[in-house]
Structure formats: structure tokens, C-alpha cells
Design a protein around this ligand. Structure first.
Ligand code: TPP
Ligand code: MG
Length: 466
């Protein structure tokens, strides 16, 4: 068994390694898209977006994650949560790059496999980058909507994307689809809120072998001080005492090391069936010409010297020429937008010229989408329990057993009310539908709320003595 798992990791690594030169070009285009969109908007988070490009591309292209770029709604695709939700320009730029490769390939080879479903309604392309943080455009933090259904939670408050990763992983596990994984990308600064401690405990306690964290350990958050100067310990100290499987690298921007860690974290041998974390030591602002906290939430001034210096490096490497090089930005808004559009198009043109890259990306993405199962034999949601929510007795508080209610004047904590109702509803469901209903507990509460929003709950009645 162990040998089979190890060989899957090895096989995926070997396949990936032969494509590293193509990944490098892909990364350069992603970097350009991040910089160009932030330059035009003069807003967004460049530092943490740039430091995560290697780990994200390795996740998306190595086969560690089973996903479908074209159809992010497939029920058994692995889930992705950007817990570091402020680094969403990374996701926009990466989706725009991969979708451009698909678009180029489809223009050359009109094969349905390369086509965007629904005429591209859900495909984020480089043209969308012009709408970053503008009304009706792409939001400043991560939202699971429209063209970003790749994201499986709305995030932005630092560190608060972690608890939902446990929720999604445990839901999949209870529903018999543990083979579907939940990937979360987080920064070391995001680990400092208390919810992170609770997440790590819960994930181990619930045996979430399908939960995989990828940690961008760039040692800077929003402040001038390095995180390590105010918070003790490194990734092992932060995760091993919680029982997690920990793998990592000091070379978090080297394809070889990053890919090994991503694959090992995602698909390595995990006999204890515990949650896993892969960590990557990176430089915040990698290659951006300003680094660490200074790169956190401030782009270079529009069309400034450093902005053009970065563009010139890209021009030299790929033989393209941007518009307005070394010049100030146009004053007029229409001309400013036209220049931003033209320069995004020029960055995208590399994927048109480098046919080897766009062919590889399109074919690899289609191939990976082919690994997403259409069915999971062990999956059950429903069965004897599937009609349980239609049973009005669950929400009919007037018919709840008398023993459920606190007596007038009696003082009880809210948690006692919740525990009483919880044990009643679980017993009720078990008697009515048998085992296998526990996965539906949360939805039960939700369906009760939506059906009778103004009804007093046992908790509120118990908590307010009359
Ligand atoms: C609850 C909350 N407090 C503060 C902020 C402001 N903020 C945005 S990002 C960030 C630090 C993030 O550091 P890290 O997780 O290391 O991000 P990275 O270096 O990967 O960009 C902070 C404090 C926030 N978004 N949410
Ligand atoms: Mg950081």
C-alpha cells in the first residue's frame, strides 16, 4: 500500500519535472498579470500574491489537486480555499493565464475539450483584470461567485478562512467522499488568530485526512516587524504538536522543492489519516523590487520607474514591447484604461507566441480534469434520510417535548438549550431514518431558520426567563 502511494507521488513528480521550463514561463505571465492589474488599479496586495505563485502552480499542474478549470462546479472536484483572501490577485492572474492558454488552444484546434462552457460566462480572462476592485468587477478579497467559482469560500479577514476548511472536509468525509480533498492556502500571519488553533485541533480530532494546508511562510504580515520577531516558532512548532503531518522546504520558490512538498502533502503516505500541511519558505514580494512588509498592500506608483524596470525584464526575456515604457501614465481615464488593456494583451501574447507553453497547459489541464471522478461509490447523501428536512415536526417548536423547555424563572445557559435541542433532533432523526443522518445536522438548523425566521428557538426561550 505504502509503495503504491509513494509511486504515485514519484510518478507525478517525474511528469512535472519535465515541464518545469514551461511552468517558469507560466509563472512569468502570472507575475505580469498581477503587476499590470495592480498598476492600473493602484490597489491590491502584490507581496503575498507573488510569493505564492510557485506553490499554486505546482498544486494546479502537478496532479496533486484534481480539479477542472472549465467546470469548477463538479461535485467531486477537490476544493480550494484561499484563506489568505487578500492575495486574491494571485488567483485572478493565474486563472487568466490558464484560461488564455485554453483559449489559444481552442482557436487553433476547435475541439470541444478546450472550449469554455456557457460561452465563457464563468471563465475569468485577462480582460477581466481591468475590472479589479472596480464596481461590478473583481472584488478586492476572495469571493466564490461568477468567474471565481474555483474559490470555495469567501475570505478576507485574516485567518478566518481556516474554520470553513474543516467544515468542508468533514462534510465530505461524513458523506462518504473522503477522497475529495480540501486545499487551503494560508500565510504565517494568518495563523495568529485564535480560530487557527481551533481549526488545527478540530481537524485532527475529526481525522480529516482529506484536509491539506499549504503555508506561505514569508515571515511578514502587514507590519514592519518580521512575524518571527513577535511570534515564537516555525511551521513544525505550529503544526506537529497538533498531530498534523508536516512537510516543507526552505526553497519555497524553486520548482523542484515546491513540487515535491505539494505532492507529498497532498498525496503522500498518510497511515495515521491525519490532516497535512506543506510549508514553503518564500520571500514576500518575490521579484517585485520591494519586499517583506513594504510589498504587502501597496503596488508601485502608477507607471513609476520600478514598475517599468520589471516590465523591461519581461520584454527582454520574451521579445515583446509594452506601450508607454518609461513614460508617465496617461492623464485621461480613457487613455489610461486603453494603455492598461493593451499592456495586458501584450503580456498575454506570450502564450500565443509560445505554442509549446499554451499547448502544454491546455492539454495538462484537460488531462487533470479527467482525473476528477464523476461518481464516488462510497458517497451517500440522502438514502433513507433524504426526506428528513421535509418533516415539519423538526421545526414545529410548539410540539417539542415539554422537557425540552426551561421553566419560567429558571436560569440556564444557551449551551444547555443547544445541547437539549441537539440531542432531541439527533434522536428524532435516528429513530425516523436510522443511521447516516448525522451529516445533515447543520442543514437541519438552517432549514428551520429559513422556514420560521421569527419563531423563538429553545435557546432563546431558555435564556430569557419569563
Ligand atoms: C481580521 C483581520 N485583521 C487584519 C486584517 C488586515 N490584514 C490583511 S492581511 C494581514 C496579514 C497577513 O499576513 P500573512 O497571513 O502572512 O499574509 P501574506 O504574507 O501571505 O500576504 C492583515 C493583518 C485582516 N484582513 N483581517
Ligand atoms: Mg506572511
Amino acid at each position: 500500500m505504502a509503495r503504491t502511494v509513494a509511486s504515485e507521488v514519484e510518478r507525478l513528480f517525474t511528469d512535472s519535472a519535465s515541464a518545469f521550463p514551461l511552468w517558469e514561463v507560466t509563472k512569468d505571465v502570472v507575475d505580469e498579470f498581477i503587476d499590470l492589474s495592480l498598476n492600473y488599479r493602484q490597489s491590491g496586495h502584490p507581496g503575498g500574491s507573488r510569493s505564492k505563485v510557485h506553490l499554486l502552480l505546482a498544486l494546479m499542474l502537478s496532479g496533486a489537486m484534481r480539479w477542472d478549470l472549465r467546470r469548477p462546479w463538479r461535485p467531486f472536484g477537490d476544493r480550494f480555499i484561499l484563506s489568505a483572501g487578500h492575495t486574491v490577485p494571485l488567483i485572478y492572474a493565474t486563472l487568466a493565464t490558464l484560461n488564455e492558454a485554453l483559449r489559444v488552444r481552442h482557436e487553433r484546434t476547435p475541439d470541444e475539450r478546450y472550449a469554455f462552457p456557457f460561452d465563457g460566462k464563468f471563465a475569468l480572462t485577462w480582460e477581466d483584470l481591468l475590472g479589479l476592485r472596480r464596481h461590478g468587477g473583481l472584488p478586492g478579497h476572495a469571493e466564490m461567485a461568477g468567474k471565481t467559482l474555483f474559490l470555495k469560500w469567501n475570505t478576507g479577514p485574516s485567518g478566518h478562512g481556516m474554520p470553513p476548511t474543516v467544515g468542508e472536509a468533514v462534510a465530505l468525509k461524513i458523506a462518504g467522499a473522503e477522497e475529495v480533498k480540501v486545499f487551503a492556502v494560508e500565510g504565517e500571519g494568518g495563523l495568529t488568530p485564535g480560530a487557527s488553533h481551533e481549526t488545527r485541533n478540530s481537524a485532527w480530532g475529526l481525522g480529516l485526512s482529506n484536509l491539506v494546508f499549504l503555508l506561505d511562510w514569508n515571515d511578514f504580515g502587514i507590519d514592519v516587524n518580521a512575524v518571527s520577531s513577535v511570534v515564537h516558532g516555525g511551521p513544525r512548532d505550529w503544526f506537529e504538536p497538533y498531530g498534523w503531518r508536516v512537510v516543507g522546504t526552505e526553497q519555497g520558490s524553486e520548482w523542484d522543492d515546491v513540487t515535491k512538498v505539494v505532492l507529498e502533502a497532498a498525496r503522500g503516505d498518510n497511515p495515521e489519516r491525519v490532516p497535512s500541511v506543506g510549508w514553503f519558505r518564500t520571500r514576500k514580494g518575490r521579484g517585485y523590487l520591494k519586499y517583506d512588509y513594504a510589498s504587502h498592500g501597496t503596488a508601485h506608483a502608477m507607471n513609476s520607474e520600478l514598475f517599468w524596470q520589471l516590465r523591461k525584464d519581461f520584454q527582454k526575456k520574451y521579445g515583446v514591447e509594452y506601450e508607454g515604457v518609461d513614460q508617465e501614465a496617461p492623464k485621461d481615464g480613457v487613455a489610461m484604461r486603453a494603455q492598461a488593456r493593451r499592456n495586458l494583451e501584450i503580456a498575454a501574447s506570450v502564450l500565443h507566441m509560445r505554442r509549446d507553453v499554451s499547448d502544454y497547459l491546455a492539454d495538462r489541464l484537460v488531462e487533470i480534469a479527467g482525473t476528477v471522478p464523476d461518481e464516488v461509490p462510497t458517497f451517500f447523501l440522502g438514502g433513507r434520510a433524504k426526506d428528513i428536512f421535509k418533516d415539519e415536526r423538526i421545526c414545529d417548536y410548539e410540539r417539542y417535548p415539554e422537557a425540552m423547555w426551561a421553566k419560567p424563572g429558571e436560569k440556564r445557559p444557551n449551551r444547555a438549550a443547544l445541547a437539549t435541542w441537539g440531542s432531541w433532533v439527533n434522536t428524532f432523526a435516528k429513530i425516523r431514518a436510522g443511521a447516516g443522518t448525522s451529516a445533515t445536522r447543520t442543514s437541519t438548523a438552517r432549514s428551520c431558520r429559513s422556514r420560521s425566521p421569527s419563531s423563538p428557538t429553545p435557546a432563546s426561550r431558555a435564556a430569557s426567563p419569563r
